[in-house]
Design a protein around this ligand. Sequence first.
Ligand code: HEC
Length: 147
Amino acid sequence: MTNHKRFWKRERAAYRVLIVICAAVLVVAIIGVYFADKSDEEYVAVSEEDPNRIENGIHLRTGLVEAEGLMETVTNCTSCHSAKLLTQNRLSKEGWVSAIRWMQETQNLWDLGDNEEIIVNYLAKNYPPESKGRRENIKKINWYELQ
Ligand code: HEC
């Protein structure tokens, strides 16, 4: 073999290696695009969180206590104002009924039908007037001398 022929043979081998590498890169890229598309589809399928999730006995969206009548109260009493108006107004059964009557007469609150008793019972039981809204005064204090 002459030097000239040997040179061209080596050159062709180098080209072949180059073409194989290019083909491999292309295959990897195509596979990558294929799988990237797949994972996009999975993201679309993720569902929203439950708006009525309850954790540690508290309805997270409104902060109301989980008990019988919770969902009736959430549905009827938190669409116009925050549930804080319920939790901050601790009332007796009569007090809750008169608050409802006042809203029905002046604020366009609808007739609650059978749900009124369920809601009033829920509120009077879980947000009654005698419950302490604040912590008690501290009774035992250990004073100490500042050095
Ligand atoms: C149609 C709208 C609407 C709905 C529904 C509604 N309220 Fe009200 N409520 C109001 C308005 C308006 C006020 C006055 C808000 C203010 O003073 O800023 C109010 C005030 C209150 C107050 C405070 C009253 C006071 O004397 O300060 C309480 C307690 C209350 N609502 C409880 C409830 C309960 C319990 C329900 C469910 C049965 C309910 N609300 C549903 C409109 C509504």
